[in-house]
Write a new protein. Structure first.
Length: 88
């Protein structure tokens, strides 16, 4: 399903065996109506890979980083906004 979230002509990531594996795993999860959360050390491209896949599939991608300043109210605000825009 294409969501028509066109973001223009942007650059793409270099496809490596790891990014290819992430793309396949995350698209399979999307097909099964599941989610995915890439994990690993900092600076390995997890966020950029996820954003690039979302851009290629025209799916909205919302990225936030959890910190000690976040509480249940800020997470509730994020989920409320996602539900109001229909992205949930």
């Amino acid at each position: 399903k294409y969501f028509y979230e066109w973001v223009g002509n942007t650059g793409r990531l270099v496809i490596t065996p790891l990014t290819d594996r992430c793309y396949i795993t995350l698209t399979m999860a999307l097909k099964l109506y599941l989610g995915g959360a890439p994990a690993g050390p900092a600076g390995t491209g997890k966020t950029e890979t996820t954003k690039d896949l979302a851009r290629a599939l025209a799916i909205p991608c919302y990225v936030f980083n959890c910190s000690d300043q976040m509480n249940f109210q800020s997470i509730a605000d994020i989920f409320r906004g996602l539900a109001q825009t229909g992205a949930w």
